[in-house]
Design a protein around this ligand. Structure first.
Ligand code: CO8
Length: 262
């Protein structure tokens, strides 16, 4: 599916190598249905095929919501088997995002509930607007999280707080989410897009090979025991010595100039 045919999301290259994916269903507060997930999958395909891609920003259309969850209207018609398939579809796409070779930054401009919180947690960075709200309210619908929420939340905020959030279904302010280690920074809503671009530009100006290897270390390493994770680190450290960026980065330091990465 080419980007021009998307009707639930927008994908644009804001600047060289900086892509922005906007979930664009403001009438439902950007709820995720199967078609939206399919388009997100196609967008990831486009990014994977573009060697000049450096960073992906993900946000929601409008000023009120990032993503208010999986689409409840859509889910209300699903059989148990279809529900499982829907969960698997989301799970696969969020994992694909999490393991995308370039960094992914969530710009949470409002509600990040259920599937929205799960989407944000699959990103490498979360920048939140002051009015953002995070939570996994599935319990209030008589269901469990289905896009990885119970697992990623527990890894990010620890077991006790994950249990509290999942069992009560309560929402957290952006400030609380930052205190608990979910969010990197909180900004006034009007500044969120600019701050996202600043971070993206900083990432795009650095060595893309070093950043890609670093992402792999963090993403893959967190599920390994320390011995194997450290073996992976020394392997990828060695691999980074094979790059032109390593030559340029070290020469620039020794020659007292700013590095120009290719
Ligand atoms: N799905 C579908 N429509 C939605 C959703 C949603 N998740 N959230 C909001 N909308 C719609 C509303 O129905 C409303 O539509 P309409 O104008 O036609 O009535 C419109 O968006 C605006 O919403 P509200 O009028 O409710 O706006 P408020 O400002 O009053 O409230 C809230 C905002 C608090 C965000 C409220 O809309 C809300 O509670 N939404 C639902 C949040 C929620 O429960 N999310 C979790 C869903 S479950 C989930 O995500 C599971 C993920 C895993 C799935 C696994 C696969 C099976």
């Amino acid at each position: 599916l080419p980007a021009q045919e998307f009707s639930n999301i927008l994908l644009d290259e804001v600047e060289n190598g900086i892509y922005r994916l906007t979930i664009n269903r403001p009438k439902t507060l950007n709820a995720l249905n199967a078609d939206t997930l399919k388009e997100m999958d196609a967008a990831i395909e486009i990014l994977e095929a573009d060697p000049s891609a450096r960073v992906l920003l993900i946000t929601g259309a409008g000023e009120k919501s990032f993503v208010a969850g999986a689409d409840i209207e859509h889910m209300s018609h699903l059989t148990p088997i279809e529900g499982k398939a829907f969960a698997e579809q989301g799970m696969r796409i969020f994992r694909r995002l999490e393991t995308l070779r370039i960094p992914v930054v969530a710009l949470v401009n409002g509600y990040a509930l259920g599937g929205g919180c799960e989407l944000a947690m699959s990103c490498d960075f979360i920048l939140a607007a002051e009015n953002a709200k995070f939570g996994q309210p599935e319990v209030n619908l008589g269901i469990t999280p289905g896009f990885g929420g119970s697992q990623r939340l527990t890894r990010l905020v620890g077991r006790a707080m994950a249990m509290e959030l999942l069992v009560t279904g309560r929402t957290m302010s952006a400030e609380e989410a930052m205190r608990r280690g979910l969010v990197n920074h909180v900004y006034p809503q009007a500044e969120l897009a600019d701050e996202g671009m600043k971070l993206a530009a900083m990432i795009a100006g650095k060595s893309s090979s070093a950043i890609q290897l670093t992402k792999q270390l963090v993403q893959r390493g967190q599920d390994l025991d320390l011995d194997n994770a450290c073996v992976m680190e020394s392997d990828l450290f060695g691999l980074s010595f094979s790059t032109e960026d390593r030559q340029e980065g070290m020469s620039a330091f020794l020659e007292n100039r700013k590095a120009k990465f290719s």
